[in-house]
Design a binder for this molecule. Structure first.
Ligand code: PMP
Length: 463
């Protein structure tokens, strides 16, 4: 076994991988036949695989490598921290310097009264924390019946039991069901579900489903609402402009807590530090992970406002993880945030590269295969359509055409994902204009190829 190395031939690595490694969100039998792509190195926005392909990573790994690959200083601070204090916990009235530094830094970055941080190691765990925290909050406030959290269909909040249940991914719910006390309303996806309404009307209608749900459940039983500023894994779904102000009005009216899941949207992705700032909302709790360390090490944080922290602090919150505030992860996250500030990355996104990417991304809208193009900061999507000028879906099973298109992207050494028949990107925030040009050129070439294949397969029919 210890003979396995990056020098091992690809086919052998693939066979060994499939023999013993169970991949997330993957059909193992299909993978065994095909073999996984073996990524060996990365630099900037570029991956290298075991066959020496140079691949443009337009997904930042899993939406996380915000500062790009190859920053040695993160490795250096990790090594130094491992030598000095590789581990200690923050249970039982103890603490350490990196966790103090990071909590203070996050309180400084997060606007308003989001001043308190509870650490975890992944976005899913942080959302587990949030679920427990909002219920503990209402218990501490003397309203223990407030248990229900309202999420949205096609929202994504993680893959643990709580994260999966808060999310609204039907395929995940089907495998084992969800935990009690969670309710889902419809998503603000105008393209697929808007019918004859204008986007503005539809945005209001979908937001008002929150009010309807609160009234149906009983306001005295509702603890919180959770949503992503832009639904990432759901297909980079950008709500109509009328949506978020109405959501904010409703959470304020009924006094329920508002959790903004910033796992993707946080740390510059939208051109603000956090996505809720781009949407103009005022959450009580934000979930962060991914971009907090640019994916160099697992770490996540629930950042909560003074009101929630005061209630939680008034009791013993019986919750925590062995790796909450892990010193090495905190040190790496701090270095990541230092680099973000040194590079002025949030400003670069907002005023330079995101507007440039937007212009280029929208230029794909003239393709006969493309319906709408959407972009917020450095996350974008486009709808593949069988009939230009119409929002009708393909007749083929959802995702068939998207998958074919993704395969063409793979063939052109471009990592662009598909969600159903939507293509999505979320490149590292450090991407240059030349690299954006390369991304768009590869995307257009892939769309051309996929269009021909889909036509040849007789799939350009609408349902
Ligand atoms: N929330 C959102 C919005 C996410 O996109 C994700 C992961 N894609 C998660 C939570 C879960 O994070 P993790 O995979 O780190 O558990």
């Amino acid at each position: 076994m210890n003979m396995i190395s990056t020098q091992t031939p690809t086919a052998e690595l693939q066979a060994l991988d499939s023999a013993h490694h169970m991949h997330p969100f993957t059909n193992g039998d299909v993978l065994a036949k095909r073999g996984a792509r073996v990524v060996t190195r990365a630099e900037g926005v570029w991956l290298t695989d075991s066959e020496n392909h140079r691949i443009l990573d337009a997904m930042s790994g899993l939406w996380c490598v915000n500062i790009g690959y190859g920053h040695d200083s993160l490795a250096e601070v990790a090594a130094k921290q491992m030598q000095e204090l590789p581990y200690y916990n923050t249970f039982f009235m103890t603490t350490h310097v990196p966790v103090i530094q990071l909590a203070n830094k996050l309180a400084e970055i997060a606007p308003g009264d989001l001043n308190h941080v509870f650490f975890a190691s992944s976005g899913s765990e942080a959302n587990d924390t949030n679920l427990r925290m909002v219920r503990a909050y209402w218990q501490a406030k003397g309203e223990p019946d407030r248990q229900v959290v309202i999420g949205r269909k096609n929202g994504y909040h993680g893959s643990t039991m709580a994260g999966m249940s808060l999310g609204g991914m039907a395929g995940m719910h089907k495998q084992g069901g969800i935990i009690p006390g969670i309710h889902h309303i419809n998503q603000p996806n105008w393209w697929t579900e808007g019918g004859d309404m204008s986007p503005e009307e539809f945005g209001l209608a979908r937001a008002r489903e929150l009010e309807e749900a609160i009234l149906e459940i009983g306001p005295e039983k509702v603890a919180a609402f959770i949503g992503e500023p832009v639904q990432g894994a759901g297909g980079v779904i950008v709500a109509p402009e009328t949506y978020w102000p109405e959501i904010q009005r409703i959470v304020d009216k009924y006094g329920i807590l508002f959790i903004s899941d910033e796992v993707i949207c946080g740390f510059g992705r939208t051109g603000e530090w956090f996505g809720f700032q781009a949407m103009g909302t005022k959450p009580d709790i934000i979930t962060t992970a991914k971009g907090l360390s640019s994916g160099y090490i697992p770490i996540a944080a629930s950042i909560v406002n003074d009101k929630v922290a005061a209630a939680i602090d008034s009791v013993e919150f019986n919750h925590g993880y062995t790796y909450s505030g892990h010193p090495v992860a905190c040190a790496v996250a701090l270095e990541n945030l230092r680099i973000m500030e040194e590079l002025n990355l949030v400003d670069y996104v907002k005023n330079d590269i995101a507007p440039y990417l937007a212009e280029k991304w929208h230029s794909l809208g003239d393709h006969p295969f493309v319906g709408e193009t959407k972009i917020v900061g450095m996350m974008a999507s486009l709808a593949l359509v069988p009939e230009k000028g119409s929002r009708k879906p393909f007749e083929a099973a959802p995702g068939t055409v998207g998958f074919m298109t993704r395969e063409c992207c793979f063939g052109n050494d471009l990592i662009m994902r598909h969600v159903g028949d939507r293509m999505i990107i979320a490149p590292p925030l450090v991407i240059t204009r030349d690299e954006v040009d390369e991304l768009i050129a590869r995307a257009r070439k892939s769309l051309d190829e996929a269009y021909e294949k889909v036509k040849a397969a007789g799939l350009m029919k609408s349902a």
